[in-house]
Design a protein around this ligand. Sequence first.
Ligand SMILES: Cc1ncc(COP(=O)(O)O)c(C=O)c1O
Length: 494
Amino acid sequence: MPLAHESHVSALSVNVAGRPSVARHDYPAPAGDRHLAIQTVGSVHHGAVLGPGASSVSDNVVVRENDILIVDRGCHHVQDQNWHRDESCNARTDRNHPWAPTLPCYCRPVRSLGSKLPSTGVSVFAEMTRLANEHGAINLSQGFPDFECAPTLVEAVAQRMREGHNQYVSMLGVSELRQALATKIERLYGHRYDPATEITITAGATEGLFSTLMALVHPGDEVVMFEPAYDAYAPAVQLAGGTPVFATLRFPDYRIDWDEVRALVTPRTRVMLINSPHNPTGTLLTGDDLRALARLLEETDALVVADEVYEHIVFDGKRHLSVCGHPAIAARAVVVSSFGKTYHTTGWKVGYCSAPAPISAEIQRVHQFVTFSVNGAVQLAYADVVAADPESREVGRFYQQKRDRFLALLAGSAFRPLACQGTFFQLVDYSALTREGDADFAMRLVRTQGLAAIPLSPFLYTTASDQVLRFCFAKRDQTLVEAAERLCALTPID
Ligand SMILES: Cc1ncc(COP(=O)(O)O)c(C=O)c1O
């Protein structure tokens, strides 16, 4: 007789050590608990832990998936195996079990893992970096520098650590950093945030985006975003119970079509999620774009979340236009930024969210339970560099030179670079080389040319990819030279 029925959960109870007896109890499965499954548990007999499908020696009772094993506290074998009392399991099973009052539950039932992000795999960046390592390839895929950050910044962090800044700091972030940021933002974009309430330091922009979307998006809400879209956006919206709605930035100039955006806005639109400078396309929002956004906001209650992590990496004399520089937008916007890009410290994972106080308060409600407090020594070091040089113009010049060097090196190749106004990513059209799709071509590049790049298709949700790859030029000159040699060696294959 099967131990688990469709509408019943079977509980095998193993009694006190030394008196191995196994009883079987069927009881109605509580709603939603039909998928309780045991993973590694089995019946316990004379120290043997048997897995699902194995039978106990004395009773020939077969433990199957979907059975719950309930073991008496007195069974020392269970404790020997380092099993632990599972409170959540207890709460669900004991309540319904006939022996509920007397049996603590040492089982480890596992609800069958219905994924919350079923169509999400390992990020394309992690995967390409893994492949690059596997093939000993030059890695122009993931967006991080292959050179060091300023030694003075490392020393400043070390000094702060030596001074004893090694414990939790304020949930909002250290006040020195929030004040430096408030001053910087006011100077650069003309909007004053109150450092006491309106700036929240987060564990990178990623946590800032996540906490913001968790705080603002309710089940059933829609979030309008632009594809190609940075890969962290849609999963965060989905985890919040919302639905991503995509407007398309089209090859080759990837400008926003505001009429298309307007058509996507509905009463359910909770957030417009924008990104400038834009990863992966390297485009910037213009003054006209911000005015169009402001006009659109007049017709909706939607909030704006603006990912501006590349705010200081802008080229050719252009200026980054923050949404906070536009008062009507700033009144209902969260600006998310990061220190990792500006200071070549992507691994330190410190970022921040700036928003009006009521919105910030909601973000902080989430942030306090996601990260609570971000590395204090690093924050203090950043506070000094932000205060000393709020404009950070050098980093823009630095990356413009990298971009230009990379473009010059590619000049003799079959790749056609697209316009890049900011970020440290260069898109190239490779259609003169092959008809392969971007993922296939990226795979071939890493395997045969020893060069890792990022295809655009993982940034796309509703539209097909063009024949475009993204290269990260935040690399030493020598890396760029070697990468370009490999790219220039490619000849058309069909
Ligand atoms: C557009 C964009 N937003 C957010 C992030 C994440 O920033 P952080 O490393 O500070 O979490 C990145 C990193 O690549 C990015 O490109």
